[in-house]
Design a protein around this ligand. Structure first.
Ligand SMILES: Cc1cc2nc3c(=O)[nH]c(=O)nc-3n(C[C@H](O)[C@H](O)[C@H](O)COP(=O)(O)OP(=O)(O)OC[C@H]3O[C@@H](n4cnc5c(N)ncnc54)[C@H](O)[C@@H]3O)c2cc1C
Length: 315
């Protein structure tokens, strides 16, 4: 059976859901092989093995100091050594850039925003701001596919899988690339990562600077907090929370849109959510065109009632 190379930049355990999804998808196409951007410790190796990885490529040196160039060089080197049937990555900005650079190095076609990949490597992806779903196939080289989080149900871990073969690859010299000179840790919110969250509660201009009710509902549902560009541009919440064409693309099980009109650029980032609930005081707001459930009302009255009801049902 041909191998499928999965690029993973996982610092430590637990294995994020997005990584488990990629390994599960790889296992449905062929034999999963991991190209790990960081040298994995034995526990992480065991976690890769529990999702079917029989081989792991690791870099001989540090890849973090030169942004994505070195990671793309490493992934291309792993692909050249492995000759896989396909290469899978996540769909973050960084993963997509690595995919593009690797595609150039390997003269291979790249498909982004995939939501499914069939065993014959036909890729289903959402296009035109999420308005259409298309099926496509890479025509040249090894298909390189970036897969949206929450597209696949991760398989359960297999216990007692043998340790994978570890193959060290030299890190290619990236040439005159931008280098990282310092890092500042991100403030930890305790909430799930936006692009991987299964539940997102997002607020827009309608929250008028008060994200309190949005955060309260998100926390009750164990979800992440998102925002429209109007809210991030106003400085009410950090830019990393922006969902949309120029923000993050998300595909959660549940997206609760609160005080967001539903402009095409916002829809572009959330239209593939499985269930969309919209709360807006304007019954003609465009968001209701794509909502599965809509509540016409003032968010400052609707959200606290929803939170209260959830608490009541849990007690
Ligand atoms: C090139 C480009 C890229 C862009 N990229 C993005 C992007 O990535 N993401 C993005 O979101 N936007 C993006 N935009 C901006 C986009 O066009 C909209 O301007 C933006 O999404 C509007 O944000 P909003 O819905 O929060 O605000 P508004 O359009 O002002 O809507 C606010 C909504 O809140 C409702 N509301 C007000 N008060 C309440 C209340 N008390 N209770 C309930 N509802 C209430 C109103 O009825 C209204 O529908 C982009 C624009 C351009 C040109």
């Amino acid at each position: 059976m041909a191998s499928v190379l999965v690029f993973l930049d996982v610092p430590d355990l637990p294995l994020p859901r997005a990584a488990r999804e990629l390994l599960t998808l790889a296992g449905s196409i062929g034999e999963p092989v991991v190209a790990a951007a960081r040298r994995p410790d034995p526990e992480l190796l065991a976690a890769f093995a529990s999702y079917g990885a029989g081989k792991v490529y690791e870099p001989a040196g540090e890849l973090d100091g030169v942004l994505v160039a070195a990671k793309a060089g490493f992934l291309a080197a792993a692909a050249t050594a492995e000759q896989p049937a396909a290469i899978l990555l996540g769909n973050s900005f960084e993963d997509r850039e690595i995919a593009g650079r690797t595609g150039i190095k390997l003269s291979s076609g790249v498909v982004t925003d995939a939501v499914a990949v069939a065993p014959d490597l036909a890729v289903t992806k959402s296009v035109l701001a999420g308005s259409y779903t298309s099926t496509c196939r890479v025509q040249s080289g090894t298909p390189i596919i970036t897969v949206k989080a929450n597209s696949i149900e991760p398989a359960p871990e297999q216990e007692g899988a043998p340790a994978p073969e570890l193959v060290e690859l030299p890190v290619p010299e990236p040439g005159p690339a931008a280098r990282v000179t310092s890092r500042t840790g991100k403030r930890v919110s305790g909430r799930p990562e936006l692009s991987e969250a299964r539940v997102i509660v997002a607020g827009g201009r309608g929250v008028e600077g008060n994200f309190g009710p949005v955060e309260e509902l998100a926390d009750l549902l164990g979800g992440a907090v998102g925002a429209s560009r109007a809210a991030t541009d106003a400085g009410w919440i950090e830019h990393s929370a922006q969902v949309g064409q120029t923000g993050k693309t998300v595909s959660p099980q549940l997206y609760i849109s609160v005080g967001i009109s539903g402009a095409i650029q916002q829809k572009a980032g959330m239209q593939t959510a499985k269930v969309i609930v919209a709360v807006n005081k304007d019954a003609d707001a465009p968001v209701f065109e794509i909502a599965d459930f809509g509540v016409v009302g003032d968010l400052f009255s609707v959200l606290p009632q929803a939170a209260e009801e959830i608490r009541k049902r849990r007690s």
